[in-house]
Design a binder for this molecule. Structure first.
Ligand code: HEM
Length: 328
């Protein structure tokens, strides 16, 4: 590792919400592809190591022997979680992933752009607080619309999705987890009513599309807002890292990784904002279309806002939190 520079993040998790982490990621990418970080007590993959880990069949998305986080086990949230392609490997991942890829590849992007721009014009941010809310809601409305939901259902779907996502971290408190259980049941009922023929696994993976949209698309949109206002010249990347877990003892880049050990995969150090390999994001074109449509609809309104900002606390997503501030 390089000597510590006070302007650089102190570790790869701090980099996610650091104002200017690009140089840090570049230095990590120039270093060893895989190294053990004693402070974080896990392996860290950077640069060429990122693809090596994401391509390795024994580097799985969930900790060994724990398909569902313990705090969600036996709950409605846990039942959805257990089905998600994002959270499974092997055959349990490959078959539903194929269905989602086909569904997403069939989306008419020009139509999605027009419909999203219309939605965004109906929801213009007039303050920092509204921007904080709408940068999550409008992309969720757009995906809910894409999945066939009527306008009247979309605000509730967006609220449920945000409640569900809030319960994913193991640190989520009891009240947050309780709200997420109600949200999970609400989402399942609403999806089942709209798509009565869909098997539960497909229904839960359609809910998963909203879950995947939520923070990542808000992050991309928020960072594009900063770029538009020339408030930040760092590369626009919403998701900076992901995690993998050794499913067995394995050797990678000459390093012996033991079963169960975690690898923090620094996507940002390899410029892989939408991932790579089997779990690569199938929603990239949809996400970029939605963000482009919203930005074009909002550019005037955003230019008129007086904004301050910092990044929300997060271990992987770079999402600005706006406050009233100096005019652009
Ligand atoms: C800017 C917005 C987005 C970003 C930056 C993003 C990024 C990512 C990344 C990095 C992964 C891989 C995670 C990993 O390998 O551990 C991923 C997976 C996924 N994303 Fe996205 N995503 C975005 C928006 C969306 C949208 C809008 C959808 C759907 C409508 C979507 C659907 C998915 C799904 C289903 C997966 C899981 C794929 C799998 O595990 O096989 N994403 N996304």
């Amino acid at each position: 590792m390089f000597a510590h520079d006070p302007h650089l993040p102190h570790d790869p998790l701090a980099a996610v919400t650091h104002a200017a982490p690009h140089d840090y990621y570049r230095r990590l990418a120039d270093g060893p592809p895989l190294r053990f970080d004693a402070g974080l007590d896990c392996w860290v993959a950077a640069g060429a190591g990122v693809k090596a880990v994401l391509d390795h069949p024994d580097c799985h998305v969930r900790p060994f022997g724990q398909p569902v986080p313990l705090h969600l086990l036996g709950t409605p949230c846990g039942a959805i979680f257990a089905e998600l392609v994002r959270m499974n490997d092997g055959a349990r991942h490959a078959a539903p992933k194929q269905v989602l890829m086909q569904l997403l590849a069939g989306i008419d992007l020009a139509r999605l752009h027009d419909e999203t721009a219309r939605l965004a014009r109906d929801h213009l941010p007039g303050s920092a607080a509204e921007l904080n809310q709408l940068m999550f809601d409008v992309p969720l409305y757009a995906v809910a619309q894409m999945l066939g939901f009527a306008a009247a259902d979309r605000p509730q779907i967006a609220r449920w999705t945000r409640d569900f996502v809030a319960a994913m971290p193991v640190q989520a408190d009891q009240a947050v987890v309780a709200r997420a259980q109600a949200a999970a049941m609400g989402l399942q009922d609403t999806f089942s009513a709209l798509h009565p023929g869909a098997r539960p696994a497909l229904r839960d993976n359609l809910i998963g599309l909203l879950v995947q949209t939520c923070e990542a698309t808000a992050g991309l949109l928020g960072n594009e807002v900063l770029a538009l206002r020339k408030d930040n010249s760092e590369p626009v990347l919403a998701i900076h890292n992901t995690r993998r877990y050794a499913a067995c003892d394995l050797e990678l880049d000459g390093m012996a990784i033991r079963q169960g050990q975690m690898i923090l995969v620094l996507l940002a150090s390899a410029g892989l904002g939408f991932g790579h390999g089997a779990h690569r994001c199938p929603g990239q074109a949809v996400a970029q279309t939605i963000v482009a449509a919203i930005l074009s609809a909002w550019s005037g309104a955003i230019g008129r806002l007086a904004l301050d900002w910092h990044y929300r606390l997060s271990p992987n997503a770079r999402i600005p939190l706006f406050a009233e501030g100096a005019a652009a």
